[in-house]
Ligand binder design. Structure first.
Ligand code: LLP
Length: 461
């Protein structure tokens, strides 16, 4: 018997545990809220995505691999565009960006938020219309800003007085008037991990509303007239479920909008409320539908504008995770299974913290399932770990897997579309996995697997 059978562990895990998988039947179940829409068990028990078996995917593309359900991602784009009709939806490219993704979001009518020269280069090289690009970042270089202005990006979100000076000089030199938004720190304590909360006062982003620098910066840009101040911007953080944070933030930035109008008689035509909409990594997460988010945000903006006698600005939002996160799962192969007697079972896969740093960095939780077959075995509590040389290399901290999980099994972890490939590293010289898109039974590699030659190509010493 494996060290930890499900029943015995109930007490240890309490209500925080992965209590959704208890019986042998449950262990094999694919919960629709955690998986891309086209994923289901095929007749042989293996998972299939868009009708393609994970066994075939593993054979053709190897493991680990990120598998993207392209139709699922497109559906999510459409849901946001429909829910936020009359607004602009900027996909936050930092979640995951490559040329194929740029094309998908452009085709689906979204705009694109980039935050470095590299993301901008990817967007432009895939033909994203520059006027549909917004450029973020708290420390954009002169070269990055110059390139963005020369390319004609639609908006640059300015984040510091130094940046305003730099951009003003560039605009003067080039004889253009770039559109800018002002990033405002609204002082909201978002209920999320400290590293991904961005609207409390004590952090690096934006101009403080409470401290008065946001108003000062806005008036400076308006008075100077070199940059075209289109509106205010607020992003309160990431993986947020409680919409009240967006409401407080909208109220506060609109209050600033009214102050600018009162001081200079100008009404800024745009307002960006950022991204951060949470997704379900486990059954403990219960995200709001885009239509609910849109209703609440529209109402609060309309009410506040009416109270402040402001014309309704054109709204924009910047979802990243909610567009691509749930559309991807990572496919691994199990290499070793180890019972640490009386403690737990460790299931090692052929990737780890180099392809998903989120558990190690944020204590993020994920779920997992044996993907190559169904099993009649009873559930055991397992920890899915990677192949890296440190014990913090955890992919899934607690999950019930069948007691007969064994080397050679394929294991799939859903919800890995956002901030996994984009934060992947070569730690321990592990080449980064490919991204394979599946659509209507067709597969295509959109980011190829790194090779050892790729790793050595940079090593020129
Ligand atoms: N807009 C701005 C200005 C942002 O800084 C971000 C994320 C977004 C939009 C998109 O947020 P999303 O909708 O994807 O939550 N690496 C962390 C997340 C960092 C997010 C940084 N900014 C993670 O893995 O959870």
């Amino acid at each position: 018997m494996r060290a930890h059978e499900a029943g015995a562990l109930h007490g240890e895990l309490g209500s925080r545990g992965p209590g959704w998988l208890r019986t042998p039947e449950d262990v094999n179940v694919i919960l629709p809220q955690l998986w891309p829409t086209s994923v289901a068990r095929a007749a042989d028990g293996a998972l299939a995505i868009g009708g393609v078996s994970v066994r075939e995917l593993a054979e053709r593309f190897g493991t680990p691999a990120y598998i993207l359900d392209e139709n699922d991602m497109r559906e999510r784009c459409r849901d946001f565009v429909a829910a936020f009709a009359g607004c602009d939806v900027y996909y936050a490219g930092k979640a995951f960006l490559c040329r194929a993704v740029v094309r998908i979001i452009a085709e689906e009518g979204l705009h694109l938020d980039v935050c470095t020269g590299g993301e901008l280069a990817t967007a432009l090289s895939a033909g994203m219309p520059p006027e549909r690009i917004g450029f973020h970042g708290n420390n954009k270089s002169v070269a990055e800003l110059t390139r963005a202005v020369e390319a004609g990006v639609g908006r640059i979100i300015v984040d510091s007085f130094h940046e305003i000076e730099r951009l003003t000089a560039i605009a003067r030199d080039l004889g253009t008037r770039p559109g800018v938004l002002l990033r405002v720190t609204v002082g909201v304590e978002a209920h999320t991990h400290e590293f991904i909360a961005t609207a409390h006062e004590d952090q690096k982003f934006g101009f403080s509303l409470a401290g008065g620098t946001a108003l000062e910066a806005a008036l400076r840009i308006v008075d100077d007239g070199v940059l075209d101040l289109r509106g205010l911007h607020s992003h309160i953080g990431s993986q947020i479920f409680d919409t009240s944070g967006f409401e407080v933030s909208a109220r506060r930035v609109l209050g600033l909008q009214a102050q600018i109008r009162d001081a200079r008689g100008v009404e800024l035509p745009e307002l960006d409320l950022g991204g951060g909409f949470g997704i379900a990594y486990t059954t403990q997460d219960d995200p709001a539908a885009p239509s609910d988010l849109a209703k609440r945000i529209d109402k609060i903006v309309a009410d506040e504008c009416e109270a402040l006698r402001l014309a309704l600005p054109r709204l924009s939002i910047e979802p990243g995770r909610a567009i691509v996160g749930p559309a991807v799962f990572t496919l691994y192969e199990v290499g070793t299974v180890k019972d640490v007697d009386g403690i737990r079972t460790y299931v090692s896969v052929d990737g780890g913290m180099s392809d998903n740093i989120r558990a190690a960095l944020y204590g993020a939780t994920y779920s997992a399932t044996v993907a190559s077959r169904v099993s009649p075995a009873p559930p055991i509590l397992a920890r899915v770990v990677g192949k890296h040389c440190e014990s913090g290399d955890v992919v899934v901290k607690d999950e019930f897997l069948p007691a007969d999980v064994q080397p050679g099994d394929l294991l799939a972890v859903p919800g890995t579309g956002a901030y996994c490939r984009s934060m992947a590293s070569n730690y321990n010289h592990v080449p980064r996995p490919p991204v394979v898109a599946v659509r209507d039974g067709q597969t295509r590699v959109i980011v190829r697997r790194e090779t050892e030659d790729d790793l050595l190509a940079l090593d020129v010493g």
